[in-house]
Design a protein. Structure first.
Length: 101
């Protein structure tokens, strides 16, 4: 898969709460406080998970006023759209419509 490096993506996707965050972000963008409330995680933990996801090239952020809004990267959105919600890293695949809630 061009654009998403396998090893960093696997490390990021190996944690259930990060998968939950990606699933939430697959529908629209959210800020840390919204993600925290929806998933029952502390804002501190959400921020840490988002940092790992951002470093892996899976999410991006944009500043809106004093808040940062997070969304899937264009590369990830395109691959999910083109492959029926499947992320193909070359070595393995992840189905985004079958993630745990």
């Amino acid at each position: 898969m061009k654009g998403i490096a396998c090893i960093p993506a696997l490390k990021a996707l190996g944690e259930e709460n990060r998968l939950r965050i990606l699933r939430l972000l697959s529908n629209k963008e959210f800020g840390v406080s919204e993600i925290s409330l929806r998933l029952g995680l502390s804002p501190y933990n959400v921020s840490k998970h988002l940092r790992v996801l951002r470093e892996a090239g899976l999410v991006e952020s944009e500043k809106h006023g004093q808040e940062r809004r997070y969304a899937l990267t264009g590369i990830l959105r395109k691959q999910l759209a083109d492959n029926d919600n499947v992320l193909d890293l070359g070595c393995c695949t992840f189905r985004f419509d079958q993630l745990p809630k």
